[in-house]
Design a protein around this ligand. Structure first.
Ligand SMILES: NC(=O)c1ccc[n+]([C@@H]2O[C@H](COP(=O)([O-])OP(=O)(O)OC[C@H]3O[C@@H](n4cnc5c(N)ncnc54)[C@H](OP(=O)(O)O)[C@@H]3O)[C@@H](O)[C@H]2O)c1
Length: 285
């Protein structure tokens, strides 16, 4: 019998590519999104159920899980992909914006996992893959709040990996580097202008520098990074034995190697040399 995957955030980016990848490989796919009425591509695929799921809305999660189980009978793999980023200094993010990001990036992962786990425990098998970020490996300047959400999910993943291993449920994360998905960073330029002139100028300067570094790192791997790599890594995690944490992309893989080979402060000192403009001081005391 075909296996079934439920993926969140399938309207674009990695989620949509992952839905197509699993479908191509013969899986049943519960492709969830906030506005399924707008979807025109995934709805044409036979073994794909396109349905509404907002990770912040418990009712919509239950409905999508029930609908998926009624159609396909089981959920073998859950991919918690829905999420969003943003570029701003911590002080430029409002309390409301921070809480909203946590509702999606952190509590959303918990909400959907909580809805699927009892089913996986009953079947005594399953796999949960959380899409985090290289920002969950190190605190990225100008993305401190986003980094904190991805660190939270990295911690959740690791703790759950221990908790659920004895129950034959694997829990893993995929940590993408920077990829040119359509909307991931689309609505963030305004945030960089928030606050007083000093704060805004500091944010703009950091942003310009970091964008240059990210581009350079991504290009070191050859052509501009292809988001399909992330969909393929998700599929690999669902179908073979992989580590708990799975960086993907030349930039994320390089960071993971640096982090593994250096003491923590030495790693941060090296990152400061790269991530901060030459006239700004490092972060060592
Ligand atoms: N692109 C990168 O460089 C990058 C790097 C590292 C990690 N990531 C992570 O990868 C994941 C996917 O991002 P992407 O790059 O593919 O960006 P994307 O194209 O913007 O896709 C994000 C998806 O999340 C959905 N979403 C947002 N809030 C939601 C909610 N409350 N409930 C359900 N779905 C929601 C969006 O749906 P709507 O259409 O309804 O808005 C969209 O389908 C995110 O977790 C992101 O943090 C991205």
């Amino acid at each position: 019998m075909n296996k079934t995957v439920l993926i969140t955030g399938c309207s674009s980016g990695f989620g949509k590519l992952a839905a197509k990848t699993f479908s191509d490989k013969g899986w049943n796919v519960i492709a969830t999104m906030r506005s399924p009425e707008r979807e025109t591509e995934l709805t044409k695929l036979d073994n794909v159920l396109v349905t509404r799921l907002d990770v912040t809305d418990a009712g919509s999660i239950k409905q999508a899980v029930d609908e998926g189980l009624a159609r396909f009978g089981a959920i073998d793999v859950l991919v918690n992909n829905a999420g969003y980023g943003g570029h701003a200094l911590f002080e430029q993010a409002t309390d409301e914006a921070i809480r909203a990001m946590y509702e999606t990036n952190v509590f959303g992962v918990m909400n959907v996992s909580r809805a699927v786990l009892p089913h996986m425990r009953r079947r005594q098998e399953g796999c949960i893959i959380n899409v985090t970020s290289m920002a969950g490996m190190m605190g990225l300047p100008n993305s401190s709040v986003y980094s904190s959400t991805k660190f939270a999910v990295e911690g959740l993943t690791e703790g759950m990996a221990f908790e659920y291993k004895p129950l034959n449920i694997t829990v893993k994360s995929v940590l993408p580097g920077a990829y040119p998905t359509t909307r991931f960073n689309a609505n963030t330029d305004d945030d960089l202008n928030a606050g007083d002139d000093e704060l805004s100028a500091h944010a703009q300067k950091l942003h310009a520098h970091i964008q240059g570094v990210v581009k350079q790192m991504a290009e070191q791997g050859g052509a501009v990074a292809d988001p399909q790599e992330v969909a393929d890594k998700i599929y690999e995690c669902a179908t073979s034995e992989t580590p708990v944490h799975n960086p993907v992309g030349s930039d994320a893989e390089m960071l993971a190697q640096m982090k593994a080979s250096l003491p923590q402060q030495a790693f941060l000192d090296q990152i400061a040399e790269i991530a901060l403009p030459a006239d700004m001081e490092g972060i060592s005391a």
